[in-house]
Ligand binder design. Structure first.
Ligand code: NAP
Length: 339
């Protein structure tokens, strides 16, 4: 089988394509023939050696992938041959609060990921995906979709509320889709003029260009009749958190998710205090949340926004495309089509 790995040096150009025998599942394990993987910003951080968590090399990268069950180890009861499955980002976070062990089981970071023709999972580390979705679409769910879902749930979103999303990456576009399906209004930002129309087509009620309007938080304030939004899906980090604190309403909620504009910076804590804002760190989500999200995807017939599908042999181009920031939603790699 063919697989990509980061061997001893970081960098997209250093990704190595190799071949080895197909592994055999042991007790409680399942062998999955991978059909598609999707890229997250985190995968870029990992391959370039900028990830804040420690990774030990060599590493098979990428957390998110979908495929078909093709062999069962002894004692496996949850799966049968041919089941269409996705791996969970954390192989060990079933339900409840995140445990200390969960981050140690993160695919494509703490442990080998899915950029491989065959992957062994623990049987609890897999989940069935909504039947209407293709492998390419399903591969986008484990990290980006679940993070957006977890964030909106932690903010206790209700019908008629207003959600603010930042940029048009994977997490933000899923948040837009889930928020609209819940009957919420969405204000979205983007730094690209071309993507503004696309956001409207996806259902955004208002769109702001954060490059031509660097003080976009003032525009959010006006658009909400000087009340602020109920929730912010905060993927920007240090460069946007202060603005998000201005854009959120009294008693509103900020889901702290990402660091697209930097990980370190100054924030005035008094704004959080005076506005009684709830700031919640979000780290993907549990298997139980994933199941619940899949039901919502099925019922609302939500289709992940797949921007481009690259072939396995074009993996490096896929990473470069993500790095360019030209994408809208998700970038996917089809697995198993090497010429
Ligand atoms: N905590 C977690 O569990 C978790 C899970 C998933 C992701 N994350 C983090 O969340 C962030 C987003 O991840 P992703 O995979 O969705 O990213 P992505 O798909 O790579 O999205 C990148 C997009 O974000 C927008 N962007 C870039 N800089 C921005 C800025 N300064 N302000 C606002 N938007 C900006 C751009 O959209 P436009 O072209 O429209 O401007 C860009 O195309 C990353 O920091 C990632 O590490 C965290």
């Amino acid at each position: 089988m063919r697989y990509f790995s980061i061997e001893s040096e970081f960098g997209i150009d250093r990704l190595k394509l190799s071949e080895r025998g197909v592994p055999r599942p042991r007790h409680g394990q399942v062998l999955v023939q991978m059909r598609a993987a999707s890229l997250n910003y985190r995968d870029l951080l990992v391959v370039e050696g900028n990830y804040t968590h420690e990774v030990s090399l060599p590493l098979v990268p990428i957390s998110d992938g979908a495929g078909e069950v093709c062999e069962l180890g002894p004692g496996v009861s949850r799966w049968k041959l041919g089941d269409r499955v996705v791996g969970t980002f954390f192989q060990d976070w079933d339900s409840g609060d995140i445990s200390e062990n969960a981050p140690k089981t993160a695919l494509g970071g703490a442990i080998d990921g899915v950029l491989s023709e065959y992957v062994i999972f623990r049987e609890e580390g897999l989940i069935e995906f909504p039947k209407d979705l293709s492998f390419e679409e399903a591969s986008t769910l484990p990290c980006a979709a679940l993070t957006a879902w977890h964030a909106l749930k932690s903010g206790r979103l209700t019908c008629g509320q207003t959600v603010l999303t930042l940029g048009t990456g994977g997490v933000s576009i899923f948040a837009l889709q889930f928020a609209k399906a819940s009957g919420a209004k969405v204000i979205s930002t983007t730094g690209s003029q071309n993507k503004m129309e696309h956001l409207k087509v996806m259902g955004a009620n208002e769109v702001i260009n954060y490059k031509s309007q660097p003080n976009w938080e003032n525009r959010v304030w006006e658009l909400t009749q000087k009340k602020g939004v109920d929730q912010v899906i905060e993927v920007g980090g240090a460069g946007t958190l202060g603005k998000s604190l201005k854009a959120v309403r009294m008693g509103g909620h900020i889901s702290l998710i990402g660091v697209l504009s930097g990980a370190f910076g100054e924030v005035n804590p008094m704004q959080t205090v005076m506005k009684c804002v709830r700031i919640q760190g979000i780290h993907v989500g549990s298997r139980t949340m994933f199941k619940e999200m899949n039901k919502a995807i099925e019922i609302n017939k939500i289709r992940p926004a797949v921007d481009r599908v690259f072939r396995f042999s074009e993996t490096k181009e896929a990473y470069r495309y993500l790095k360019s920031g030209s994408h809208f939603g998700k970038v996917v790699i089809k697995i198993g089509d090497l010429e």
